[in-house]
Design a protein around this ligand. Structure first.
Ligand SMILES: [Zn+2]
Length: 128
């Protein structure tokens, strides 16, 4: 047995009302209650925490330490309320293809494809 390990019991009244901070430093909520469930060979404890209108249970195994606040040893996402509003990235205008200037036939006025050397309608040689 390790002599440095001090067995310490935490009273519910010590914990209830304390802020719960996850390992990165975010407030996850406030302890509302200590909950437990009975398993075959042991009792599993959880902290019931409240954040706004949301309540949830954090298994005791995720609690790192209890001091002025309850510190968790895991990352925890705060409930939906704390989600920052995501602003849509600005729409980037697609580059428009350069407009094709048709070669107007000097004879009949037909707009020819600029690659054409002769008017496809009347056969007149188009200007370069
Ligand atoms: Zn023509």
């Amino acid at each position: 047995m390790n002599g440095d390990t001090e067995v310490r019991y935490v009273r519910q009244s010590e914990v209830v009302g304390k802020k719960v901070i996850e390992q990165r430093g975010y407030i996850v909520g406030e302890v509302k209650d200590i909950s437990f469930r009975l398993l075959d060979d042991r009792v599993e404890l959880a902290l019931t925490i409240r954040y706004g209108d949301t309540e949830r249970d954090i298994p005791w195994s995720q609690v790192k330490s209890i001091g002025d606040v309850v510190l968790l040893k895991v990352d925890y996402e705060p409930p939906a309320k704390a989600k920052p509003e995501v602003t849509a990235p600005p729409l980037i205008a697609k580059p428009q293809p350069a407009p094709i200037t048709p070669k107007i036939c000097p004879n009949c006025g037909y707009p020819n494809d600029p690659k054409n050397r002769f008017c496809i309608k009347c056969g007149t040689k188009l200007p370069e």
